[in-house]
Write a protein that binds this ligand. Structure first.
Ligand code: ADP
Ligand code: ZN
Length: 519
């Protein structure tokens, strides 16, 4: 097929003037009968890579997709363009299914969408072998990888499909894949010397912001109040938090709803529909709210809790700004969350799994704690290297300032020492700030020489200092024992004033601005 013919179909059927980055090359590979792995960010235009050759080819293209709603979206829009497309799923009656199967057998249907379960059925696979199949496309291919954040067991078995149809070209498509997932996809699908296409994963219109988590409820509500009805998603770690936060937001007059896997199907559908139609402004959700959200004008994605991997973070933040307009991704980061996430991972019985998850989480943690451009760290994880910082993340916009933190450190360290290294961060801060509380009086801690020596600074300020001292190895936080703070050997020279200590100025009340419209 000539380039001119491709361009003509692109214009006539899809109404597009030109190809997006990578599309033409992927299509050329398919037409040459090669296997392909297509890694493109959300909104990059993956579907066209198999839809266009499907329309121009003689036979049927089989598309494996994880969600009925995703299939239906695509089938509908193809049908509106006059393309013979169908989705085969259990929501149809036997008669309808039979009809679709017959049309596929005769090559009347150009694109047939199925779930992985269906694709793996013995009967279905035998039929496939009789049909004029020209291409098999595996959408959301990261679901294949057990190390991915969205593993689906049936996806893991799709290699059987490849064995049943060894001579048909396969195309695997995904918007996330670190090196490990990428290798997993190739291996499990038995892709044969695939051509790997990788466009840039950068989403320049998304502003990445990490805010230290001090008073998360307040930080969240203040942020959302400033958004004035813009659409957003808040991800958090548990169903309980989802319900709790959604309710608090509603009490603030925000049109917010919760979404998690335990809600009845109808309610989930209702939330999704309401969000897409802009009847709901904010969805507070667990990771269950994900694939299939086809909403271009999501203006912000907030992570109330840190995700387990950069892939998950990227995928979730990627739901913001699909229309290309400015959007924000805000991560509320508490270094001590990392402690318990690690201990949860360590409970996993499978050694290899544990290693992979720890590795993935370490990378996420490094992103949260980065002192350099967040986008560089993010892209770096996907093996995309740049030498220029982005100018559109919290670090670039408001670089952390170092200062001589020796005095602050000494105040904290001596306070930990004075209370006998038997108390946690909150208590230390209460003493430093000279809080009047019965507990303090009962313990006699208002008599200490360190009582009130840090009264001029806020609770959050001292929390940041303490976190840094833990991070720098001067203070040990005993997780097994109520988070008690203890001094390490490294604390001594600082306490004695023998060495100076540079600290990062606490970034309190980071003014999270409305996204600036860039031209
Ligand atoms: P992905 O699956 O990679 O997230 P889609 O295939 O849904 O992305 O495409 C994202 C959007 O880009 C869709 O609205 C699609 O119609 C549009 N699109 C795809 N290719 C082109 C193109 N060559 N020119 C203009 N728009 C395109
Ligand atoms: Zn940056």
């Amino acid at each position: 097929m000539t380039a001119a013919a491709l361009s003509k179909t692109l214009a006539d059927v899809f109404g597009y003037a030109s190809f997006r980055q990578g599309q033409e090359q992927v299509i050329a590979a398919v037409q040459a009968g090669q296997d392909a792995l297509v890694l493109m960010p959300t909104g990059g235009g993956k579907s066209l890579c198999y839809q266009l050759p499907a329309i121009m080819g003689d036979g049927v293209t089989l598309v494996v997709s994880p969600l009925i709603s995703l299939m239906q979206d695509q089938v509908e829009s193809l049908q509106t363009m006059g393309v013979a497309a169908a989705a085969l799923h259990n929501g149809l009656d036997t008669e309808q299914q039979h009809e679709i199967m017959q049309d596929a057998a005769q090559g009347i249907v150009k694109l047939l969408y199925v779930s992985p379960e269906r694709a793996l059925q013995g009967y279905f696979m035998r039929q496939l072998q009789q049909w004029p199949i020209t291409l098999i496309a595996i959408d959301e291919a990261h679901c294949i990888s057990q190390w991915g954040h969205d593993f689906r067991p049936e996806y893991g078995q799709l290699g059987q499909l490849r064995e049943a149809l060894p001579n048909i070209p396969f195309m695997a498509l995904t918007a996330t894949a670190d090196a490990a997932t990428e290798a997993d996809i190739v291996q499990r699908l038995h892709l044969h010397e695939p051509e790997i296409f990788k466009s840039s994963f950068d989403r320049p219109n998304i502003r990445y912001i990490v805010e230290e988590k001090y008073k998360p409820q307040k930080q969240l509500r203040d942020y959302i109040a400033k958004q004035k009805g813009a659409s957003g998603i808040v991800y958090c770690g548990s169903r309980k938090k989802v319900e709790d936060l959604a309710e608090r937001l509603r009490n603030d007059g925000i049109r917010a709803r919760g979404y998690h896997a335990r809600l009845p199907h109808e309610e989930r559908e209702e939330v999704l529909r309401g969000f897409v139609r802009d009847d709901i402004d904010v969805v507070v959700a667990t990771v269950a709210f994900g694939m299939g959200i086809n909403k271009p004008n999501v203006r912000f994605v907030i992570h109330f809790d840190v995700p387990r991997s950069i892939e998950a973070y990227y995928q979730e933040t990627g739901r913001a700004g699909r229309d290309g307009l400015p959007a924000e991704a805000v991560l509320l980061y508490d270094p001590s969350d990392a402690g318990w996430i690690r201990s949860m991972i360590n409970d996993h019985p499978d050694e290899q799994r544990r290693q992979v998850e720890l590795h993935k989480f370490s990378a996420m943690q490094a992103l949260g704690e980065a002192q350099t451009c967040r986008r560089l760290v993010l892209l770096n994880y996907f093996n995309e290297f740049r030498d220029k910082t982005c100018g559109n993340c919290d670090i670039c916009l408001d670089p952390p300032r170092q200062y001589d933190g020796t005095t602050d450190a000494q105040k904290v360290l001596s306070c930990i020492y004075r209370v006998g290294q038997r108390f946690g961060a909150n208590h230390i801060i209460d003493v430093l700030r000279g809080s009047q509380s019965q507990r303090l009086t009962a313990l006699g801690h208002e008599q200490l020489s360190t009582f009130g020596i840090g009264a001029e600074q806020s609770q959050s300020y001292w929390l940041s200092i303490i976190r840094q001292l833990i991070h720098r190895g001067l203070v040990l936080q005993n997780i097994q024992h109520y988070g008690t703070l203890q001094l390490t050997e490294a604390a001594r020279p600082v306490l004695r004033g023998e060495v100076a200590l540079q600290l990062a100025e606490p970034r309190i009340n980071l003014a999270v601005s409305k996204p600036k419209v860039t031209d």
